[in-house]
Design a protein. Sequence first.
Length: 216
Amino acid sequence: MIITIDGPAGAGKSTVARQLANRLGFAFLDTGAMYRAVAWACLQRDVDFSDVDAVADVARTIVIQFDGDEVLVDGQNVSGEIRTNDVTAASQYTAGNLEVREILVEQQRRIAGDSDVVTEGRDQGTVVFPAAEFKFFITASPESRARRRQEEFAARGQNIPLEQVLADQTDRDNRDAARKVGAMKPAADAVEVDTSQIDADAVVQRLLEIIGGTPD
Ligand SMILES: Nc1ncnc2c1ncn2[C@@H]1O[C@H](COP(=O)(O)OP(=O)(O)OP(=O)(O)O)[C@@H](O)[C@H]1O
Ligand SMILES: Nc1ccn([C@@H]2O[C@H](COP(=O)(O)O)[C@@H](O)[C@H]2O)c(=O)n1
């Protein structure tokens, strides 16, 4: 069974998808980590992001693996490094590269294979797994997403003004929604869940109720 969770930055996709996968005993696939991994590898190799062929070559060459919550590139654990602000900023170039998208979409389908998977990203229900059994589109107001992200930064010792977090988030949202291929949008058959007023546990509970057979 495939369950897709798409939505904008900071809506809680990975938190909810990871918990849901744990509750159901499914695998969890974080596809944003793959776009980040390619961006990280490009930065390591000093690749010019305007050279779309060079960026695609990196995506074609590196081996991305998941080991539990860890993300490996060519065997190196890059779980922390792919979450830096530099990689977040650079991932717009990998996400906007058509060839990179083709390569990663193919890998995402291969990773899912015949397994039971909860997968999250921007295009999982629309492009990658259009026949998924359950599709969710998780949203939250821009302000609540930015506040959550700001708290996350603060917990890592980075104090960033809310206005800046909100502005960066709006830029990402706009780019994600405007992409010609793999744009962020709800699949026609996705259930939309607004998480602004509910915590992650309640979101997971709601999703489990929709899926049916709550394993409580
Ligand atoms: N329902 C919720 N209520 C409050 N905080 C939440 C909720 N869901 C997630 N969070 C917190 O919000 C932050 C962003 O969540 P998360 O990383 O899961 O979002 P995301 O949609 O995967 O973002 P991105 O696409 O940028 O990776 C985290 O600090 C997380 O703990
Ligand atoms: N299916 C996806 C998932 C992510 N992206 C882009 O990758 C970047 C990082 O994603 P996070 O969810 O880890 O923040 C982000 O800029 C997304 O635009 C994508 O294009 N498709």
